[in-house]
Write a protein that binds this ligand. Structure first.
Ligand code: SP5
Ligand code: ZN
Length: 323
């Protein structure tokens, strides 16, 4: 197997965001989006000898390009004023009961944005593929709403940054529909959004990700949704992934941003697909075969013991198709 030469962008700042519980069906449950997720991925990647890049700092204006200023300020101010163990579920700017603000939330979310922008910058500088190990994740975050464990929309912020240089396609392969990313580019034709995800009738975010949503105004035709049934297996997923990749190819982008979730895995505790561990090699191969500069952005994936193996398999698949 080829050695992985894809740079990984990672900061330990994500440990600052560590809520102890979420509220599900009115009950306190352990927080699924935990720091150990990235500990698992990093320890496996280090064994593969990957080069780790520490993110540089970017101006907050990159976040303001997509998120409302008052929303950003709210997260910052409230984070900074909270006691160390406090959790805040605000009744405004929040779409669910899974995305609390804690004292370290703003700093971690800001660092997650720096992680994705550093990855985008490396692509512009000529890297073929970069893996931004973002935490907290981003694809559910809307213009002025946090949700689904997401605060700032990392993938969308990177796509916006790259769109100043060329056409950008976003392929979202997290188990959940990226309602935030879809919203942020719904009326634009310079950024394509294509997503494969669980049928929103049965899974979060419930309100978006239906096939009828195709964009509006000049953006009509530049949003594409592929909802899938619970229990979707490797074979079915592969055929739909190929259709989504054909959409990307037809758009002929200069850059590809991939919202990469590992919650499609058969053992994922909050997912519901049946994808196998070796299949992540195939997913990597198929995406890399497009031969575009690609930024991989970490989104979900909650079966901590196997997350490292999924990431390694995926990157081996990608690496095998890089010339
Ligand atoms: C980035 C991402 O993958 N966000 C997913 C957000 C979905 N959260 C809703 C599921 C909460 C389930 N909590 C576990 C309770 C099971 N007993
Ligand atoms: Zn997800």
């Amino acid at each position: 197997m080829k050695k992985i030469t894809i740079p990984v962008v990672y900061s330990e700042d994500h440990y600052l965001h560590d809520p102890k519980f979420e509220i599900y069906d009115g009950m306190k449950e352990p927080y699924a989006e935990k720091p150990e997720r990235l500990t698992s991925i990093m320890s496996s990647l280090k064994k593969e000898g990957v080069a780790v890049v520490i993110p540089s700092k970017f101006p907050v204006s990159h976040i303001e390009n997509l998120h409302q200023k008052a929303y950003i300020q709210f997260i910052k101010n409230r984070s900074e004023k909270l006691e160390e163990q406090a959790v805040l579920y605000p009744s405004y700017f929040l779409m669910d009961t899974y995305t609390p603000i804690t004292s370290g939330t703003y700093q971690a979310a800001l660092s997650s944005v720096n992680t994705v922008l550093t990855g985008a910058q490396l692509l512009i500088q000529g890297e073929r593929a970069v893996y931004s190990l973002c935490r907290p994740p981003g694809h559910h975050a809307e213009h002025k709403a946090m949700g689904g464990y997401c605060y700032f929309n990392n993938a969308a912020i990177a796509a916006e940054y790259l769109s100043k240089i060329g056409k950008v396609a976003i392929l979202d392969i997290d188990f959940h529909h990226g309602n935030g990313t879809q919203q942020l580019f719904f009326e634009r034709d310079d950024v394509l959004y294509v997503s494969l995800h669980a049928d929103p009738v049965v899974r979060f975010p419930y309100s978006s990700g239906f096939v009828e949503e195709i964009g509006s105004g000049t953006g009509k035709g530049y949003t594409r949704n592929y909802p899938l049934s619970l229990g979707t297996n490797d074979e079915t997923y592969l055929s739909v992934l190929r259709a989504a990749l054909a959409d990307v190819k037809k758009f002929n982008p200069d850059f590809l941003v991939v919202s990469l979730g590992f919650d499609t895995y058969e053992k994922d505790p909050i997912g519901g697909f049946a994808l196998s561990l070796p299949f992540y090699i195939t997913i990597g191969e198929e995406i890399a075969a497009l031969a575009l500069p690609i930024l991989f952005v970490q989104e979900g994936g909650y079966f901590v013991p196997d997350l490292g193996k999924m990431a390694v398999n995926f990157l081996h698949g990608v690496q095998s198709r890089l010339s």
